[in-house]
Design a protein around this ligand. Sequence first.
Ligand SMILES: [Zn+2]
Length: 216
Amino acid sequence: MTIEHHPPEELLARFAAGRLDQAEHIVMSAHVSMCVRCRRFVAAFERLGGAALEAAEPAALAAGAFDAVMARIGGGEAASPAPAVPRPRRADDAGLPKVLDLYDIGRVRRIAPGLSMRPIMIPGAGKSRAFLLRSEPGTRMLEHTHTETELTCVLEGSFSHEGGHFGPGDFDLGDDTIDHRPIVGADMPCVCLVAMSGKLRINGLLGRLIEPFIRL
Ligand SMILES: [Zn+2]
């Protein structure tokens, strides 16, 4: 698997420091479990954190590097604790990342033609929700924008938009500055793990007409 699209370093640092909410943490875990490069970054960051804790004198830190990183990533809310006991694997779990073993997955809900989702049942309230999004081959999504952020990790299949081509393991970050209209690869369905906060804004007249009926 060749992974071309990675989370920004700031997001990886917040992941390593346990500062993402559970839904975001799940999507980042899925990418990091598939990506050697990001696993290395997270491990290095954790070593840096450990070194900072062990340093007797704060002044001993090289140029305050760790403090600077922590200041940059600061402000995020602490992640609520993940469930401790994995649930038994089910037949339809094949191909899902192991982090999902910790969560119940809801029933399939149809969103639009060629598009369905299964919610990840996350205990407690977080600012994001997580779900598996499945699109049939060749589905052209409506052009949309996010009012906040959307973290996506491709599990199987692929999609493309202005930002490039995204295959298994690839990570995509959407926010309110990005208008995009993904097209799903024609060869097979695309399954993504998504964490979304805020609302989806679908552009254009059709979008305004159907938006009230789309609940993600
Ligand atoms: Zn990566």
